[in-house]
Design a protein around this ligand. Structure first.
Ligand code: AMP
Ligand code: MG
Length: 491
C-alpha cells in the first residue's frame, strides 16, 4: 500500500505569476515525531500509512506524493508597517488541496521543506523548537474553538539548521482552509495588476465566501466578509489572552483563521500592554493593540480592492471606508458578548460593560492571572465560599469589592448557581499553552530527544475546558524563576 492523498488542486491552476512551481528539497534521515491522527482521518488520509517510513518521507518532503502539484505561493506584505513588495513562501511548499470530511477544501503545506525562489537569504528550513511551538499552540487554539490553521505532523529531518547555534531541523505539515493572505492581494495590487486582483478575489469568494458569489456587489461583500471574520477572530484572541506577536499583513489570512505562529504567546498575568516577541520593540503588536492592527491590515486589503469597488476612485474610497467602519462595532459586540459569558451573565443590562471593565482593571493592577481568574470565578459562581479567584489578586480586597457587585448582578438572573458555573466553565479554559510549559517541552525535545513532555502537553491541551485532576499542575502559572519574558520567531 502506498499513501494516497486525494488531491484536487485549484490554486496551482491559477495563472503562473501566482506562484513558483518548486519541489521540496529531500532530507537525509526523516523521522516522524508526531502525527495528528484525528486530523488525518478528517482529511481523508490513512493515519496508519502516514506512520510508515514512506509516510514520514512524504511529511519531510523527501518524496512527493502522487497528485501533488508543489508550489510556493507569491505574496507581499507590510512587516511592522513597512511594505515589502515581494515576500512569498520562502520556506513553505503547498503540496496541494484535499476536500475534508465536512466538504471543506484544505491546503496541505510543508513548512521548512527547503528553499524556493522566494527564500531571499533564508535557508528554507525550520528548527525543531518553532515547529513544536506551532504544533502545540495551533492545536490548542483549535481545541479552544478558535479559527486556526492546524498541524498534521511534525518530523525531524536528520539535518541541522544554523541559527545562532546548530539546531535540529524539522518540517511541520500545516493544514489551512487556504494560505491566501492580505499580502497575497498586496502582491498584485503593488504591480497594478488589477486582473490578477480580480482573479484572486473570485478565487477567495468561491472558496471562502461562496454565499457571496450571488451578491449584487460581490467585491464589496467580500471586503465586508473579511472585516467581519477578522473582527470576530481578534475578539476571540483577546478573550483567551492570546498575543499573535507578528500581525504583519502577510500573516493575516483572508479566511479568518489564525495563521503563522511565530513569537506568539498566551499571557499569564493580565496586562493589556503585554508584548513577548523579541522583535516587537515598539509594542506594535501588544495584546490590546491587536484590534487596531487588524483594522490597519484590513485597510491595506481594502486599498487593494479599490479598483474592483468602483471605476471612480473617490467613490471606491468612500465605499471602502464605509465597509471598514463596521469593524469597530463587530469587534466590540463579539468582545463584549464574550466577556459577559466569561463572567457568567446570561442577559445584557446597562452597567455590565463597566462592571466587567472594573474587573479587568483590578486584574491588571493586581497582576491577576488572566486564565485562572475567570476559571476560578466560575467556581465562585457555583459556591460563594470558593476563593481561588480572590487568591489571584495581590490585594484580595480589590476582588472582594468587585465580587459583591457581581453577586448582586448575577442574583438578578433566574439561572441556578450550578447552571452559571457550567456555562462559565464551558467558555473559560483551565488549560492554555503556557509559555514556560512550551519552553520546557522544546528544551526536552531539542536537548534530550525526549518527546514525552510534548506528547503530554498536547494531550492536556486537547481538552482545555475539562478539569483533568491528574494534570492539575499544567494549569499553574509560572513561578517567578520559570517566567518566560521573550519569545522568538526562530526563523
Ligand atoms: P514569517 O516571519 O515567518 O512570517 O516570514 C516572513 C517571510 O520570511 C516569509 O516570506 C517567509 O517565507 C520568509 N522566511 C522566514 N524564514 C525563512 C527561512 N528560514 N528561509 C527562507 N525564507 C524564510
Ligand atoms: Mg509569515
Amino acid at each position: 500500500m502506498t499513501v494516497h492523498f486525494p488531491f484536487q488542486n485549484t490554486y496551482a491552476a491559477l495563472p503562473d505569476n501566482f506562484f513558483a512551481r518548486v519541489a521540496p528539497t529531500p532530507v537525509s534521515a526523516p523521522r516522524l515525531i508526531k502525527l495528528n491522527r484525528p486530523l488525518a482521518v478528517q482529511l481523508g488520509l490513512d493515519p496508519d500509512l502516514l506512520e510508515t517510513p514512506e509516510g514520514a518521507e512524504i511529511l519531510a518532503g523527501k518524496t512527493v506524493p502522487s497528485g501533488a502539484d508543489p508550489i510556493a505561493m507569491a505574496y507581499a506584505g507590510h512587516q511592522f508597517g513597512n511594505f515589502v513588495p515581494q515576500l512569498g513562501d520562502g520556506r513553505a511548499i503547498l503540496l496541494g488541496e484535499v476536500i475534508d470530511q465536512d466538504g471543506v477544501r484544505r491546503d496541505i503545506q510543508l513548512k521548512g521543506s527547503g528553499p524556493t525562489p522566494f527564500s531571499r537569504r533564508g535557508d528554507g528550513r525550520a528548527a525543531l523548537g518553532p515547529v513544536l511551538r506551532e504544533y502545540i499552540v495551533s492545536e490548542a487554539m483549535f481545541a479552544l474553538g478558535i479559527p486556526t490553521t492546524r498541524s498534521l505532523a511534525a518530523v525531524v529531518t536528520g539535518e541541522q539548521v544554523f541559527r545562532e547555534t546548530a539546531l535540529p531541523g524539522a518540517v511541520l505539515t500545516r493544514v489551512a482552509s487556504s494560505h491566501i493572505r492580505v499580502g497575497t492581494f498586496q502582491f498584485f495590487a503593488a504591480r497594478r495588476d488589477t486582473e490578477a486582483v480580480r482573479r484572486l478575489a473570485d478565487h477567495v469568494i468561491a472558496r471562502h465566501y461562496p454565499e457571496l458569489s450571488k451578491a449584487e456587489r460581490p467585491y464589496h461583500a467580500l471586503l465586508a466578509g473579511v472585516v467581519a471574520r477578522q473582527a470576530n477572530l481578534v475578539a476571540r484572541w483577546l478573550l483567551v489572552g492570546f498575543i499573535h506577536g507578528v500581525m504583519n499583513t502577510d500573516n493575516s489570512s483572508v479566511s479568518g483563521e489564525t495563521i503563522d505562529y511565530g513569537p506568539c504567546a498566551f499571557m499569564d498575568a493580565y496586562n493589556p500592554s503585554q508584548v513577548f516577541s523579541s522583535i516587537d520593540e515598539m509594542g506594535r503588536y501588544a495584546y490590546a493593540n491587536q484590534p487596531r492592527i487588524a483594522l490597519w491590515n484590513l485597510t491595506r486589503l481594502a486599498e487593494c480592492l479599490l479598483p474592483l469597488l468602483s471605476d471612480e476612485q473617490e467613490k471606491a474610497v468612500a465605499e471602502a471606508q464605509d465597509i471598514l467602519g463596521a469593524f469597530s462595532e463587530t469587534f466590540s459586540n463579539a468582545y463584549q458578548a464574550g466577556l459577559r459569558q466569561k463572567v457568567g451573565l446570561f442577559t445584557e443590562r446597562d452597567g455590565d460593560e463597566a462592571l466587567i471593565q472594573d474587573l479587568l482593571d483590578a486584574m491588571a493592577k493586581n497582576q491577576a492571572d488572566f486564565t485562572l481568574t475567570f476559571r476560578k470565578l466560575g467556581d465562585a459562581a457555583g459556591d460563594p465560599a470558593a476563593d481561588d479567584a480572590r487568591a489571584q489578586f495581590m490585594d484580595p480586597a480589590a476582588f472582594d469589592e468587585w465580587a459583591n457587585r457581581w453577586h448582586v448582578r448575577t442574583a438578578q438572573e433566574p439561572q441556578s448557581a450550578a447552571e452559571r458555573q457550567a456555562a462559565m466553565h464551558a467558555v473559560n479554559p483551565i488549560f492554555i499553552p503556557r509559555n514556560h510549559r512550551v519552553e520546557a517541552v522544546i528544551q526536552a525535545a531539542v536537548n534530550d530527544d525526549d518527546y514525552a513532555p510534548f506528547e503530554e502537553l498536547v494531550k492536556v491541551l486537547a481538552k482545555p475546558f475539562e478539569d483533568q485532576p491528574d494534570y492539575a499542575a499544567y494549569a499553574d502559572p509560572p513561578l517567578p524563576d520559570q517566567r518566560v519574558l521573550q519569545t522568538f520567531c526562530g526563523t
